[in-house]
Design a protein around this ligand. Structure first.
Ligand code: SF4
Length: 316
């Protein structure tokens, strides 16, 4: 088991990596998403939907070639930080958050990102995507690790989420019904800029299931299945159900509305079954790096956010 080292992960290094992650996230759509959209375009039999899917793939390629953000709406930049239990951060968590806020402001000016973040009432805009509770930073921990991992995510899809308190008696049928209600509500008007990855959070408290739905949509790669075989089977069923709605890309007729469905669960009150559904649009902007105390940085596309530890089921 690694032990705590005297070497800490530098605040400047974190800021530089966060800036680079924002650049990668804004411009390059991860391969799992682009390969899936390409496969959907190949399968699609409806002419208009096929055209839209091919244009999305084309848009990904143009962004790469021209080194510009993939969508004009660069979303809301946020970070997910997974920190090893043995890691030491120079200046602690306050310095980490300062580095992430500095990187967000710098990214907004340099990439550039659209300064989307405003005060909800006065609409004051610092023009740098930084403000009260902005950017969001979510944390998880990893035992026996001396590194930290940072994922930059630019969340699009302003309209794509909903919550419903179900009861144990509603069962899986209740989840299926909620899923279809949400899809027909959002997808038929193209509000989620689909094809979308649908995250479903089941259980926990209201805030937990909303969080899990978003993380399931944003932080698991296309094709990934929940380790619980029954949940994995339900994920596959929901993908198929979504493809049978005859809704496709941007609300056109076809089969290409749902790229994938990811379910996460949390233990909940015995009297209820809260469920949240979250859509992540085809502009899935995400990049991850593992930062070591010796200064090594390893970039990758899969955040691997849902670890065995994160999903632990027992006391230890
Ligand atoms: S929902 Fe996604 S694809 Fe649509 S405008 Fe927003 S960021 Fe762009």
């Amino acid at each position: 088991m690694p032990t705590a080292t005297d070497t800490s992960i530098g605040a400047d290094l974190i800021r530089e990596v966060a800036l680079e992650l924002n650049r990668r996230a804004a411009i390059h759509i991860p391969n799992d998403v682009r390969e899936n959209i390409h496969a959907m375009a190949e399968r699609e039999t409806e002419k208009l939907s096929k055209f839209v899917l091919l244009q999305i793939v084309n848009n990904y390629e143009v962004a790469d070639e021209d080194n510009v953000p993939m969508c004009a709406d660069t979303g809301l930049p946020r970070f997910y930080a997974k920190i090893g239990n043995e890691a030491r951060l120079e200046g602690g968590f306050v310095a980490l958050e300062r580095s992430l806020r500095e990187a967000t402001a710098q990214s907004t000016a340099e990439i550039p990102l659209r300064p989307n973040r405003v005060h909800p009432l006065s609409r004051k805009d610092h023009n740098n995507n930084v403000g009260i509770h902005a950017p969001n930073v979510d944390y998880s921990w990893e035992p026996d690790a001396e590194w930290m991992e940072l994922t930059a995510f630019h969340k699009g899809g302003l309209f794509g989420g909903d919550y419903r308190m179900l009861f144990p008696g509603d069962g899986i049928d209740g989840i299926r019904r909620f899923y279809l209600d949400v899809i027909s509500e959002f997808f038929k008007r193209g509000l989620s800029c689909q094809p979308a990855i649908v995250g479903i959070g089941i259980g926990g408290t209201k805030d937990t299931c909303v969080r899990l739905a978003k993380e399931a949509a944003c932080l698991r790669v296309v094709g990934d299945r929940n380790p619980d075989p029954e949940i994995a089977a339900l994920e596959e069923e929901l993908v198929e159900l979504g493809q049978r709605t005859t809704l496709s890309a941007m609300g056109f007729k076809g089969q290409g509305a749902v790229m994938d469905a990811h379910i996460e669960v949390a233990y909940t009150h015995t009297g209820g079954m809260p469920v949240s559904i979250h859509h992540q649009c085809f502009a899935l902007r995400r990049a991850t790096a593992r930062i070591h105390a010796d200064g090594r940085v390893e970039y990758r596309e899969n955040p691997e956010w849902f670890t065995d530890y994160y999903r632990r089921d027992t006391v230890s």
